[in-house]
Design a protein around this ligand. Structure first.
Ligand code: NOJ
Length: 504
């Protein structure tokens, strides 16, 4: 009898907890919550050499190192959005998104790379796109830099040359002046970790410079922080009063979870090396202590007379500290963290001293780095809440890759589970998330993975000169979610449409 009562109590408590959790969450979006979708210039625009556009690092990289792109292709045409922007906007409106996050191609606006020549055609394209969005009731959210800086600037060292800070601010000022009456949410720089690591510490991203021992990567990050902060300060001084917008940086954040309960500290270190690298200077001034200590230690072990992590002067610390109106998060996946066993033998290979793996229960995607672990999203949002005093958060990207299925049940299920975690983090845990963007509105050029890995909720036929677009099932699902402002159940897979329906 006693056993029966205990069992009954457990069942009742579980049911009550479930009900109250779901009651809190209800899977509806809070009022005022903004739902949007995102893209980036090089990934969708095409028109790589129209009018007076200058060559950027991705044009140069894909044309000269096609072997570094899995299908050898490039963004010369991509989704043709330069010509099809009205169709794109109509689609975004039809689906019902509140905002569209797009990026601006630096060399399209400044063909020489510098502010001495402003391309009228280039700027006009972005004015047209912005006006089209506004006319259709869609908020434009603009990324100033999504990896495609002018080749001429790379010839001078790109992000490893501190002079880029001034050149970047000149470019940003032109955009604030030209578009700032309509654009109220600015992203200075997208995912520094990705291009600093992929582009200056390896060959996965342009400019594919293999500068040893993360020296280039850290220098790149150092200049990114300066460029971001100076741009924020410029907005403060010249534009905030009249334009009243918000400026922030977007970081690529994984959820770093301890491989087992004894590795909490290691998970914390991984978080600081990933998120803290950029966020700690912006929210607390200077790099995280653990980064400074560890990089100094490993640098010394390697024989460097200085730490490979550069130092900020007090003046720069003050300039950078406090330069985010909101916290921009791109989130896709999680990793499990454990210590590098070599360190016990006194061998220091990694600056963070860590190795990572994934859980065998996490479903794979088409991308080698993306495994599905929805609860990691909630974990990350709570971590940001605790670490940075619950800042307003904009999830500027979230999504799933496959090989182009039209009936993309896996993508729908990914979105359902991840967005549900986010809603719980908001409603139950008080995380201050204000906006969320689907990556991506269209299949597009996925950098080193070319066109083989597809993130779109819309299928794009890249082999066809018309770059036809076809709705995937996930697009239909999002349309319903947006009209009800509530998560919808995941349809069960009964049939699978073959691709290319317009081809007889
Ligand atoms: C983040 C990047 O910002 C975006 O350009 C990329 O396509 C997605 N991740 C997916 O890899």
């Amino acid at each position: 009898m006693a056993r029966f009562i205990i069992a009954l109590t457990i069942v009742v408590v579980t049911v009550i907890t479930r009900i109250s959790c779901c009651d809190v969450v209800k899977l509806t979006f809070p009022s005022g919550f903004s739902l949007g979708t995102a893209s980036a210039s090089y990934q969708v625009e095409g028109a790589w050499n129209v009018s007076d556009k200058g060559v950027n690092v991705w044009d140069y990289h894909t044309h000269n190192r096609p072997e570094l792109i899995s299908d050898g292709r490039n963004g010369d045409v991509a989704c043709n959005s330069y010509y099809k922007y009205q169709e794109d906007v109509a689609l975004i409106k039809k689906i019902g998104f509140d905002f569209y996050r797009f990026s601006i191609s630096w060399s399209r606006v400044l063909p020489t790379g510098f502010a001495n020549v402003i391309s009228e055609d280039g700027l006009q394209y972005y004015k047209n796109l912005t006006a089209e969005l506004v006319a259709n009731g869609i908020e434009p959210v603009v990324t100033i830099y999504h990896w495609d800086h002018p080749k001429v600037i790379e010839d001078m060292g790109g992000w490893t040359n501190e002079l880029i800070v001034g050149w970047f601010v000149d470019y940003a000022e032109i955009l604030f002046e030209a578009l700032g009456d309509s654009v109220k949410r600015w992203i200075t720089i997208n995912e520094p970790d990705s291009f600093c690591n992929g582009g200056y510490n390896g060959v996965r991203k342009a400019p594919a410079k293999q500068i040893p021992a993360s020296i280039g990567k850290y220098l790149c990050g150092h200049n990114v922080l300066k460029a971001h902060a100076k741009t924020f300060r410029l907005y403060d001084e010249k534009f905030r009063e009249t334009q009243g917008g918000e400026v922030g940086i977007v970081l690529p954040l994984k959820a770093y979870l301890p491989f087992n309960a004894s590795y909490e500290e290691e998970a914390e270190t991984a978080f600081q090396f990933n998120c803290g690298w950029m966020a700690h200077p912006i929210y607390h001034g200077d790099y995280p202590d653990v980064m400074k200590t560890r990089v100094a230690l490993v640098s010394e072990y390697q024989g460097y007379p200085w730490s490979r992590l550069p130092e900020f002067s007090d003046e720069w610390i003050a300039i950078i500290n406090g330069t985010n109106d909101y916290f921009g998060v791109n989130h896709y996946t999680s990793e499990l963290v454990y210590p590098d066993p070599d360190e016990e033998q006194g061998i220091y290979t990694y600056d963070n001293g860590l190795l990572t793996t994934v859980d065998s229960s996490w479903a794979a995607s088409a991308s080698d780095w993306l495994y599905v672990n929805p609860s990691g999203f909630g974990y990350l949002l709570r971590k940001i809440r605790d670490e940075y005093n619950n800042p307003p958060v904009w999830v500027t990207e979230n999504g799933y890759s496959d090989s182009g299925e039209l009936d993309d049940y896996n993508r729908i299920s990914y979105y359902y589970e991840y967005v549900r975690e986010m809603l719980i983090a908001i409603k139950r845990d008080g995380c201050n998330v204000e906006g969320y963007a689907v990556w991506s509105i269209l299949d597009n050029f996925e950098w080193q993975d070319g066109y083989e890995k597809r993130f779109g909720i819309t299928y794009v036929e890249f082999d066809d000169a018309d770059t036809n677009r076809t709705a995937k099932l996930s697009q239909t699902w999002w349309t319903k979610v947006l009209s009800k402002r509530k998560l919808q159940s995941v349809p069960t897979s009964t049939n699978t449409r073959t691709r290319l329906p317009w081809k007889k």
